[in-house]
Write a protein that binds this ligand. Structure first.
Ligand code: APR
Ligand code: PHB
Length: 402
């Protein structure tokens, strides 16, 4: 075989949480894979994204042998706070779900751990590839063509996993006539900051304030991660640090005198908000997973967790194919994923609608939001629904084959 051709079982496009975890899960099933990534290792290991892991994600990362540092450094939370009408209300996730919790551990730390685990296991990850192109998707031997270190290379494989995010080439490699897209773009965005300040709360605080949403999260006992609702076209140059703190102070004001800890900002950015679903999530020998197939607004903290759920289903389907010769689970991959994708889309839309104020929203909508927040924080059934979704839906729905 020519030197520039790599033969493997599964070619994976993208070294984000989806691609890397899939490669590790396949490895544990004795299945070979090669990951190609356009960015440098440093870039993917430092890319600041969200940081809340569902119980199932935590359990799967541990089972995949990538949980040691998360176990040591992750912050396990048994509750979250909802703040509205100048009062904070705790949702006891642990009690309402019979013992489930979330873990605050940044996505890029998960990526770092997975790259370490793959390399220690002799896994192949090619960083800084270019001109990636997929061929033979509806043949028995699909391949990934790309440039690497100045050479034209090719990964020839049985299956391709498109884990290259929303702006990758996998989804656009599927004939447009095959795909249906569902999209909802929100009329607001998040201005996010990373501050060297001790988090002012032990747990995350989601605030609905009449001037808009705000979120207090954290990265460590000394680093806070905060967000406030802004306009999609917000100009960051008009937001000097003091103006950001002033607005955050306003939105986190409580009658109990809650006080934010402030400190130097090390990062600030504006994140657009959309809901997006691609159907189906497969075409021929190509299977889409994670952001390549769907996007959720960050309010429900579901982006990475949904990517993890996809690759768990894909790894099982590929293992079943190689072990038994049956393509049954591969054939139903898209339908199996989409049930969870749409449940998660609903929850993320619901959290977003509950906590944000759209420009032009009238007083009736605001008062209705406050009434719904009152229900969620006083009705056990409503709080349990939030807690069940927030800590993560079961990987296998009732009636589904485990
Ligand atoms: N070829 C190879 N790699 C690519 C290409 C390409 N043409 N295009 C993009 N990539 C890489 C990106 O550089 C990125 O490292 O694919 C990777 C996709 O990773 P993510 O965007 O993190 O997507 P995913 O693994 O599905 O994880 C979803 O990421 O964006 C967050 O909020 C999102 O939490 C969610 C999670
Ligand atoms: C974060 O910590 O970045 C974070 C937490 C919860 C969210 C979104 C982002 O809903």
């Amino acid at each position: 075989m020519a030197a520039n051709i790599i033969r493997t079982q599964v070619g994976i496009v993208g070294a984000g949480p989806a691609g890397l975890l899939l490669s590790q899960l396949l490895h544990l099933e004795g299945i070979e894979s090669v990951v190609v990534e356009t960015q440098t290792r440093k870039h993917v290991e430092e890319r600041n994204r969200a940081g809340v892991l569902e119980q199932g994600t935590v359990d799967l990362l541990k089972a995949a042998g990538a949980g040691d540092r998360m176990r040591r450094e992750g912050l396990v939370h048994h509750g979250i706070e909802l703040l509205f009408n100048r009062r904070a209300h705790r949702i006891d996730l642990h009690e309402l779900t019979g013992g489930r919790a979330i873990t605050v551990y940044a996505q890029h730390e998960v990526v770092k751990d997975l790259i370490r685990v793959r390399i220690d296991a002799g896994g192949q990850i090619l960083f800084e590839v270019g001109d990636v192109c997929l061929t033979g998707l509806d043949s028995g031997a699909p391949s990934i063509l790309f440039q690497h270190a100045g050479d034209a290379r090719e990964v020839v494989c049985d299956y391709i996993a498109g884990c290259d995010g929303f702006r990758g080439i996998s989804r656009p490699s599927i004939p447009a006539c095959v795909l249906r897209f569902y999209e909802h773009v929100y009329p607001f965005a998040w201005l996010g900051i990373l501050a060297e300040a001790e988090p002012a709360s032990q747990e995350l605080i989601y605030a609905n304030h009449e001037s808009g949403f705000a979120l207090l999260s954290m990265r460590s006992p000394s680093v806070s991660r905060l967000y406030l609702q802004c306009r999609p076209e917000e100009d960051l140059s008009l937001w000097p640090d003091e103006r950001i703190w002033e607005e955050l102070r306003r939105r986190f004001t409580t009658d109990e005198g809650f006080h934010l800890n402030e400190g130097p900002l090390v990062q600030k950015s504006v994140t657009a908000m959309r809901s997006f679903v691609t159907e189906p999530m497969q075409y021929g020998r190509l299977y889409l997973a994670g952001d390549a197939a769907h996007i959720v607004p960050p309010t429900g903290a579901k982006g990475m967790n949904l990517a993890v759920a996809d690759v768990r289903i894909l790894a099982r389907a590929l293992a079943w194919r190689y072990r038994t010769g049956s393509s049954d689970l591969l054939a139903s991959y898209s339908d199996t994923c989409l049930r969870r994708v749409w449940r998660t889309q609903h929850f993320s839309w619901w959290m977003t609608s509950l906590l944000h104020r759209a420009a032009g929203d009238d007083e009736f909508s605001y008062r209705r939001q406050l009434a719904e927040l009152d229900q969620v924080t006083t009705s056990r059934a409503a709080a349990a629904t939030l807690a069940e979704n927030y800590t993560g839906l079961p990987f296998d729905f009732p009636g589904e084959q485990p």
